[in-house]
Design a protein around this ligand. Structure first.
Ligand code: 13P
Length: 249
């Protein structure tokens, strides 16, 4: 049985002061051993959030990192910096980073490799645009993103990766994929993982759905056989996140 992983992606929200307040509001409500709960937060919020969540089972993640070890990369943050702080997870290749900041399957792959080498657990994002869905190439597209993102990653390391399937048309739009649509793509992702690593490893790896997950639709989505939790944007900034974490209550 795969343990569910429910992660909030705060995106570019919450000043450090607001971040502390949000942790105070949420931490007791979402602290559970039944699922892995993660707060992925802006770099400047990492310290206050790590401090605010001390003594809980909630893990902290970053929303991005750079793949070089160190050096002349003004404005970037390394995996070693995150690791030393006590960060556990890192989101890699979110569609917003691909769209607005020029991330490619190649840079995503380099980041996944560096994260694993540094002891961080990557949350590797994939997902199609509305135009791609309407063209009927969703599965092919996502298969390529997964194959490229995991290129050169061993089976042992792949087990540490969480895949987040986030259809771009469902992000921040209030238009959630139906549970059947989400399950179809997550099953296809598990199939490509099987081809890459064999059934045992693929069955161990966790696949999240993301895109307008809320307190009302989480239960149906997370009940799907290949959906192992969610990557949650907007609703992770509200008390509603607790309803998502406790979706089965
Ligand atoms: P929303 O939950 O706001 O649609 O965002 C999803 C997302 O992009 C999480 O990474």
């Amino acid at each position: 049985m795969r343990k569910k992983i429910i992660a909030g992606n705060w995106k570019m929200n919450q000043t450090p002061k607001q971040a502390k307040e949000l942790c105070t509001l949420l931490k007791d409500k979402v602290n559970t051993k039944e699922a892995d709960v993660v707060f992925c937060v802006p770099f400047v919020d990492l310290y206050p959030v790590l401090e605010a969540l001390q003594g809980t089972d909630i893990a902290v993640g970053a929303e991005n990192m750079y793949f070089a070890e160190s050096g002349a990369y003004t404005g970037e943050i390394s995996a070693a910096m995150l690791k030393e702080m006590g960060v556990k997870y890192v989101i890699i290749g979110h569609s917003e980073r691909r769209e607005y900041f020029g991330e490619t399957d190649e840079t995503v792959n380099q980041k996944v490799k560096k994260a694993l080498e540094s002891g961080l657990l990557p949350i590797l994002c994939c997902g199609e645009t509305l135009a791609q869905r309407e063209t009927g190439i969703t599965i092919e597209w996502v298969r390529i993103q997964i194959k490229c993102g995991l290129f050169g990653i061993s089976a042992e390391d792949a087990k540490k990766v969480t895949i987040a399937y986030e259809p771009i048309w469902a992000i921040g739009t209030g238009k959630t994929a139906t549970s059947a649509q989400a399950q179809e793509v997550c099953a296809a992702i598990r199939q490509v993982l099987t081809e890459l690593y064999g059934k045992d490893v693929a069955e161990e790896m966790r696949i999240q759905y993301g895109g307008s997950v809320n307190g009302k639709n989480a239960a149906e989505l997370f009940a799907m056989p290949d959906i192992d939790g969610g990557l949650v944007g907007g609703a992770s900034l509200k008390e509603e996140f607790a309803d998502i974490v406790h979706y089965n209550k």
